[in-house]
Design a protein around this ligand. Structure first.
Ligand SMILES: Cc1cc2nc3c(=O)[nH]c(=O)nc-3n(C[C@H](O)[C@H](O)[C@H](O)COP(=O)(O)OP(=O)(O)OC[C@H]3O[C@@H](n4cnc5c(N)ncnc54)[C@H](O)[C@@H]3O)c2cc1C
Length: 382
């Protein structure tokens, strides 16, 4: 496989990098300190076309391929955009919007995607529940068909963007007896009676993305809000993994690049025992190890993106390898960066502190590293 970027891709990445550096990053530090989602940043992302990147033009997007979407995430992370706003971008454009793009009817796409692409409506996706995350197939939120409506009951937790969302893609079961095969996907709009969100959760990292519970109490939605057909929810959830284990990982790549750049500069500037700390073998090893992890992670992400662009379906084993490797190595790189900065690494003013908090999510969200190991081992031992 050839992962060399063409001129157009290089220019696109550079444009997003500059835009993010000049217009978004200056707003990120304060937003992270306050732990607030910034509508100002959101508006800028929308104007730049980032919120509808993969949707066809007729639905308000620019029809970007997987590699281009990954380049956008990588460029934002590299410029220094915080993990919260890139997570909000991922949940909105891919977890919510891409489910509608891939499984929606033409009418659903026309109704939701242009507003999602314009940032006018914010999207979220609710699969995880208070009682089950890793074992998502055991979800208990129910949907019952009554005449021309579905009635939803249950709750979701850890839902990115929920407190600010207008469009909720919700997974519920039509038949608990069928286990994961009973799962069906629905679109619920803000303001629907019976839909409520909890208080934003106070998080360790990715603090600018808002996260909360979602409550559904006798929440009635029209039949046309079923997404992708009854009993097709599990396939939709598994399809989301393709975006989750490529594009949503790309900001972590960029974040690691920013940390390695910062560490290299710091190693030249910071003196100890009369010489730059970069003269010490242990510091050199640290930087070399980070760089090796980054290069392998890049190969992993762009291998998935390139094969998706070639029309191949994702190999779940390789997707799990990707998610585990990048999740674990991303946190390792950021933790190593904090070590390299010494005491300053622990202080908020230095971006490595935020990077370490943000990167921890790579090992938890979208399936934990334990679960990825389990998927890999099961495939090997079959
Ligand atoms: C900031 C944030 C944002 C999120 N955004 C969303 C979102 O937008 N939408 C959404 O639906 N979800 C979202 N999630 C949920 C996330 O995907 C889950 O938290 C994750 O899948 C783990 O589920 P859990 O928290 O229930 O952990 P559990 O499943 O309870 O796991 C607890 C521990 O047990 C381990 N474990 C469980 N089963 C096994 C096993 N079989 N073998 C080995 N170890 C095992 C896990 O690895 C973990 O260490 C988000 C989470 C966070 C923290």
């Amino acid at each position: 496989m050839d992962f060399t970027l063409n001129e157009e891709q290089k220019m696109f990445r550079e444009t997003i990098y500059r835009f993010a550096k000049e217009q978004i990053v200056p707003l990120c530090e304060e937003a992270d300190l306050k732990g607030e989602f910034s509508f100002e940043i959101w508006k800028k992302m929308a104007e730049m076309g980032l919120l509808g990147l993969p949707y066809p033009e007729e639905y308000g997007g620019s029809g970007a391929d997987f590699v281009t979407c990954c380049l956008a995430g990588e460029a934002m992370g590299h410029a220094g955009v915080d993990g919260g706003h890139t997570l909000a971008w991922g949940a909105h454009t891919y977890l919510c919007g891409a489910d509608i793009l891939l499984h929606g009817t033409h009418e659903q796409k026309l109704k939701y995607l242009p507003k999602i692409a314009a940032g006018e409506w914010i999207g979220c996706m609710g699969l995880t529940e208070p009682g089950c995350g890793s074992d998502a197939g055991a979800l208990t939120t129910t949907a019952v068909r009554k005449g021309d409506r579905y009635v939803l009951n249950g709750s979701k937790t850890f839902i990115t963007n929920a407190p600010v969302a207008d469009v909720f893609v919700i997974f519920a079961t039509l038949d608990k007896g069928k286990k994961h095969k009973g799962i069906t996907c629905f679109i619920v709009e803000k303001g629907t009676p019976g839909l409520a969100t909890g208080k934003p959760m106070h998080k360790m990292g990715c603090r600018c993305s808002t996260t909360s519970e979602v409550y559904l109490e006798d929440c009635e939605i029209p039949l046309e809000n079923c997404l992708g057909g009854e009993y097709n929810g599990w396939n939709i959830a598994l399809g989301g993994v393709e975006w989750d284990r490529s594009i949503l990982l790309s900001p972590f790549l960029g974040g690691a690049m920013a940390m390695i750049d910062g560490c290299s500069r710091y190693a030249n500037e910071r003196y100890a025992f009369g010489r730059p700390i970069g003269d010490f073998q242990s510091i050199q090893n640290r930087i070399a190890d980070m760089k090796v992890c980054l290069e392998v992670s890049k190969l992993a992400v762009y291998r998935v993106a390139t094969s998706k662009d070639a029309g191949k379906s994702l190999n779940p084993l390789l997707a799990a390898v990707n998610k585990m490797y990048i999740g674990d190595r991303g946190f390792e790189i950021s933790s190593s960066a904090v070590d390299l900065f010494g005491g300053y690494g622990y202080i908020h003013e230095y971006p490595v502190e935020r990077g370490m908090r943000d990167s921890k999510l790579g090992q938890l969200g979208g399936g934990t590293s334990d679960i990825m190991r389990m998927i890999v081992a099961r495939a090997m031992l079959r």
